[in-house]
Design a protein around this ligand. Sequence first.
Ligand code: FES
Length: 177
Amino acid sequence: MSLKPSTLSQADTIIAQYPQKRSATMPLLHLVQEDRGFITQEDMAWVAEKVGVTPIQVLEVVTFYPMFRQQAIGRRHVKVCRTLSCALRGSYALMESLEKSLNCPRGETSADGNFTLEFVECIADCGCGPVVQVDHALHENIAPEKAAEFAEQIKNSLKDSNYGKNQPQPGTPEWNG
Ligand code: FES
C-alpha cells in the first residue's frame, strides 16, 4: 500500500493509546493523510482492519470530516479563513486576489499542481486576521492589499523543501506572515 515504514510502525503505537481500538480511527486517518497527502480506498481498508471496524465505517468518517481528502492536493495547501473575524478584515477580497495571483480557483488545485486553494472555517487565531494557513505554516494579518506579495512568498516557498513542515514559532517569518 506504499505507506512509509515509519507510518506503519506508528499505527500500533497509536492504537495502544486507546482503551478501544476503534477510537484510533481518526488518528490513523490523520497519520495516513500526513504520509500520502490523501486517503485511498486501500488505506481505509487497512485502517478498518487495524481498528476492528468495517471499511464502510471508515469511509463514513472520511466523508463526514472535510479535513480528510480522497484526492491528491497541490504542493502547497493554501487555506484562507473565512469565519467572521477574518471575513470582517477582508478574507473574501484576499481570496479573490489569491485566485488571480496563484492562477487557482477556490476549492480547486492549480493546473500546474502547485497549489490547492480553499476557504476554511476558523483556525483559532481570530485576533490576527485575515489568517492563511499554508501547509502547517500560519500567516497572520494578510490584508487583501498584501495578496500579490503574499502569493509571491508562497511561490518562492516551493523552493524550500522544509517550508511548512513544522508548526510556526513566534517571531519567525512564517508566524508573522
Ligand atoms: S475567524 Fe479567522 S481565525 Fe478565527
